[in-house]
Design a binder for this molecule. Structure first.
Ligand code: NDP
Length: 310
């Protein structure tokens, strides 16, 4: 069985940054990138708020840069998903892709978070045929078409503005009478003429012969003036938040009720000595690339100190 000092699970800003620090500390880290190498930022467009890029950069390019930086110090970055772990004793064992098993002195969990869906049967029915949780990945297919984005947060507003640059018309479906997004994103939405915000609307279904052709909505659901609304669309984009990717670790690692991994104080220590958590999987509050990268740095330092003390 392969034995490593430092195993990093997850290839987003947290994982790659942990790999930079761990490799520079001579820990020869092995990193498995998971289902979405590069993480969520590969699915976004412009990143304007990461320090060091005065003109902004593309999320995908930024992740490639951080990965290259880790490779420069000989981090061993591999494809593969952690499918099972045993954290009951050290060295820990981690199974990759249901086959290979690796033994690790210490582990950093940086598996991020995954987009949520509404839970409608139609989302599954039309998966890949008009339903998407990634405007950047799929927006291109809707040039000069009509699309809807669900959600009222920063992600929904960002995706609506992005899609408005490609599509003829964008509906933003918001369940409350207001947007939760930051003021700057709200202003961008309201300043974009081909975005129509549908406040107090909930989606109850999708329809269409060959892929999505309509969304069926309820306006002011549960109120006396509740009404049914149908909009003609070709694409339906979800932007309603994320689920932390902690399921595989939950048998051993404490999480909150949503599934975010609990860490000890300002450190990245989990309840299992030698297992650390960084990035969105442990962060219900900030969820930014810069905070994920920072916690990846902290995890690598915490791990190095842990290995020096045992
Ligand atoms: P948020 O949790 O901030 O927003 C989720 C949105 O989806 C809310 O408007 C919520 O409605 C809505 N929603 C949730 N469930 C449903 C449902 N079942 N039906 C309809 N609507 C639903 O998630 P985001 O992904 O937008 O943002 C996550 C974090 O990342 C935030 O902190 C955000 O600020 C940050 N972010 C920052 C960016 C930047 O700085 N450039 C870009 C993107 C994200 P309700 O308001 O009613 O709860």
């Amino acid at each position: 069985m392969e034995q490593v000092k430092c195993l990093i699970i997850g290839g987003g800003p947290a994982g790659y940054t942990a790999a930079i620090y761990a490799s520079r500390a001579n820990l020869n880290p092995v990193l498995y990138e998971g289902m979405l190498p590069g993480g969520q930022l590969t699915q976004t467009t412009e990143v304007e708020n990461f320090p060091g890029y005065p003109q902004g950069t593309q999320g995908f390019d930024m992740m490639e840069d951080i990965k290259k930086q880790a490779l420069r110090f000989n981090a061993d970055i591999r494809n593969g998903v952690a499918t099972k772990v045993d954290f009951s004793k050290r060295p820990f064992t981690v199974e990759i892709d249901g086959s290979t098993t690796i033994e690790a002195q210490a582990v950093i969990i940086a598996t991020g978070a995954t987009a949520k869906y509404l839970g409608l049967a139609d989302e599954t029915k039309y998966a890949g045929r008009g339903v998407s949780a990634c405007a950047t990945c799929d927006g291109f297919f809707y040039r000069k078409k009509r699309v809807a984005v669900v959600g009222g947060g920063d992600t929904a507003c960002e995706e609506a503005v992005y899609l408005a640059g490609l599509a003829e018309k964008v509906y933003l479906i918001v369940r409350k009478p207001f947007l939760r997004a930051s003021k700057v994103m709200q202003d961008r939405v309201f300043a974009t003429p081909n975005i129509e915000v549908l406040f107090e609307h909930n989606t109850i279904g999708l329809a269409g012969e060959n892929g999505v052709e309509k969304a069926i909505l309820v306006r002011r659901q549960g109120e006396a003036d509740e009404s049914k609304v149908e909009i003609d669309i070709d694409g339906f984009f979800l932007a309603i938040g994320h689920h932390p990717n902690s399921d595989v670790f939950k048998q051993y690692i404490d999480t909150d009720e949503v599934g975010y991994i609990k860490t000890n104080g300002i450190s990245t220590h989990t309840n299992v000595a030698g297992v650390f958590a960084a990035g969105d999987v442990a962060d219900p509050n900030y969820r930014q690339a810069i905070t994920a990268a920072a916690s990846g740095c902290k995890a690598a330092i915490d791990l190095e100190r842990f290995l020096n003390q045992i």
